[in-house]
Design a protein around this ligand. Structure first.
Ligand code: TMP
Length: 212
């Protein structure tokens, strides 16, 4: 039974956390050890960086460059502290977002130079790459409604959700560009379908890795 690494991507409202939970349950029912992680975060240092990036009262003036580096500082820690040891121990690693979010949000969304973004990602992750990435796609209107509901209901403000519509349109274009460039690894699923249908489409992609 081989270790493998799956990442989930997409804007808000695609059901990433629900589907990661369902997939983890399915894999654990096969007696596999599964590690569920999220980015930014997933380590004590990473969770502090997440707070700085998203919720800190001091973060309003953060520059896109600082944002890029903090996302990747959290990632560098997660890769070395958790992901590599887990894979070396034969575990399955499921991560809610990974470096494709940086390409989409900081590269396309914040319009930072894509070659620089790629170099910084390469420095943060080295050879640790996902075997499979699943993009849970929903239309912009769905993720917009989700962000608004979270902002109104939640006690915590999230700086990443304060960007305007054109930012999220660019993020979508970023994910589409990655899907076109990396068709062997990166799969876009229609997350507006019923949960059961999306779950089975995810399983069709993960099963060959789980049974290898
Ligand atoms: P979430 O965990 O609630 O999805 O929030 C994470 C936020 O951080 C989300 O708005 C996407 C953003 N993000 C980036 O901009 N770049 C990254 O590299 C990662 C991992 C997340």
């Amino acid at each position: 039974m081989k270790a493998f690494f799956v990442t989930f991507e997409g804007t808000e409202g695609g059901g990433k956390s629900t589907h990661i939970k369902l997939l983890a349950e399915r894999l654990r029912a096969m007696n596999r050890a599964v590690r569920v992680l999220r980015e930014p975060g997933g380590t004590p240092i990473g969770e502090e960086i997440r707070h700085t990036l998203q919720h800190s009262a001091q973060n309003a003036a953060m520059t896109p460059e600082a944002e890029l580096l903090l996302m990747n500082a959290s990632r560098a820690q997660l890769v070395r502290e958790v992901i590599r040891p887990a894979l070396a121990a034969g575990e399955i690693v499921l991560c809610d977002r990974f470096y494709d979010s940086t390409t989409a949000y900081q590269g396309y969304g914040r319009e930072l130079d894509l070659a620089t973004v790629r170099q910084i990602i390469d420095f943060a992750v080295g050879p640790t790459r996902p075997d499979l990435t699943l993009l849970l796609h929903v239309p912009l209107a769905v993720s917009e409604a989700r962000r608004q509901a979270r902002q109104q209901a939640g006690p915590q403000r999230d700086r990443m959700e304060e960007a305007d519509r054109s930012f999220f349109e660019r993020v979508e274009r970023g994910f589409a560009a990655i899907a076109a460039a990396e068709a062997a690894r990166f799969h876009r699923l229609d997350a507006t379908q019923p949960i059961e249908r999306v779950r089975e489409e995810i399983w069709a992609r993960v099963r060959p890795l789980a049974e290898a």
